[in-house]
Design a protein around this ligand. Structure first.
Ligand SMILES: [Zn+2]
Length: 380
């Protein structure tokens, strides 16, 4: 018999920290939706469009960029308080080492990256609207999916390094072990990297990221420092479980369906606002952009419980794969417990919280599932 894994109840600190984080994500949503609503209700969006056209000397493409820039500046100005609060929160709970200067620099880079992506997407949407006013939403959807797949592919090599340093893993022993594990799962991995997370955070993390030629294993230095090779193998086995069950492909398919519905709904709402309400001059009037953004923000929020339930199902599948891929569940259970403690996660969140907010099953359930699985193995 194994001893009971660890205490099952969450500390007051873990509960409070996670509650504040949930409140922050709700505040983020309300702020975003509120900003878009405010822009529409006050007519400010029309003034921003007029200013953008004036500043661009009536050049449409440049004006779209100036309009997006103004919205991005406004969103940053409004959201700065929440970002800083989040930064302070991590320090208050001793989960971060990041200096304020480094944080501010990351915020700036994140803002620039967001602006660049938003500019590309919005320019393409308005190009599609001008090329095919009837079918713009189908074109925009196709382009969006292509960009989404491209982004998943380049993110590990072009985006992650903007925020963190990565070096090839030096521990040859561990590297060979992880590569063997990947081979058994039938995936070709193009390298194992150490992710210098400790400069910014005390949390631990690992992942199998990228697609095709950018597919790589990343292991946080915080994980390498405090976890045994068996535990790291258990963590990676879970990640490989996602691969074995083709979860990336499935996620892309789901994304394809949801964005199709999203662009369709956006088109309906925009047409209604123009034809019935006279809110904008035409489809190509980019003052209507906050309405598109509002549709997508509200849709993502409403879909959150469904997408999280879907994600939890995939996490359970990946866990079950990991039980079979490693010699015993001991390292899986101990790595779960360590990660839970180190990241100040809630072991037993309330069912409502788990249902709405959690993309992963509660740690207590994951550990219980591992132990139940081990019992059935012993019985057979
Ligand atoms: Zn997972």
């Amino acid at each position: 018999m194994t001893a009971p894994s660890t205490a099952t109840h969450d500390s007051e600190a873990a509960r409070r920290y996670n509650r504040i984080r949930r409140e922050l994500s709700l505040a983020d949503f309300l702020l975003g939706a509120g900003m878009f609503l405010g822009l529409l209700a006050t007519g400010l969006t029309g003034h921003l469009r007029d200013f953008a056209l004036f500043a661009a000397g009536q050049n449409y493409t440049l004006a779209v960029f100036f309009y997006v820039l103004q919205i991005a500046l406004l969103a940053k100005a409004l959201g700065m308080g929440l970002s800083y609060y989040r930064f302070r929160l991590e320090h208050e709970y001793h989960l971060s080492n990041q200096k304020v200067k480094s944080w501010a620099w990351d915020e700036f880079k994140g803002w620039l990256l967001g602006l660049a992506l938003a500019t590309v997407v919005v320019e393409l949407i308005y190009l599609a609207i001008r090329l095919a006013p009837q079918w713009w939403w189908v074109m925009a959807w196709a382009v969006f999916i292509a960009l989404f797949i491209f982004f998943t592919q380049v993110a590990p090599i072009a985006v992650f390094p903007l925020f963190y340093k990565f070096v090839p893993l030096e521990d040859e022993d561990l590297k060979q072990r992880l590569l063997r594990l990947s081979e058994r799962a039938g995936t070709r991995v193009r390298g194992v990297y150490e992710w210098k997370l400790s400069e910014k955070s005390r949390k631990a993390n690992a992942g199998l990221v990228g697609l095709g030629n950018t597919r790589r294993i990343i292991l946080a230095d915080t994980l390498l420092k405090d976890y045994t090779h068996d535990e790291i193998e258990a963590v990676l086995a879970h990640e490989l479980g996602h691969h074995v069950h083709k979860h990336i492909l499935q996620s892309i398919v789901v994304q394809v369906g949801i964005t199709f519905a999203g662009f369709w709904a956006a088109n309906q709402v925009l047409r209604y606002a123009i034809e019935r309400q006279g809110m904008f001059l035409s489809l190509s009037d980019f003052a209507g952009l906050p309405l598109l953004a509002l549709v997508s923000t509200v849709m993502s929020f409403l879909l959150m419980p469904a997408l999280n339930a879907y994600s939890r199902r995939k996490e359970r599948q990946a866990d079950r794969y990991s039980f079979t891929a490693i010699p015993s569940i001991g390292p899986f259970v101990s790595s779960m417990n360590k990660l839970c403690e180190q990241n100040l996660a809630e072991r037993e969140p309330s069912p409502v919280v788990e249902w709405f907010f959690h993309s992963h099953p509660a740690i207590s359930k994951r550990v219980a599932a591992a132990e139940a699985w081990a019992r059935t193995q012993r019985a057979s």
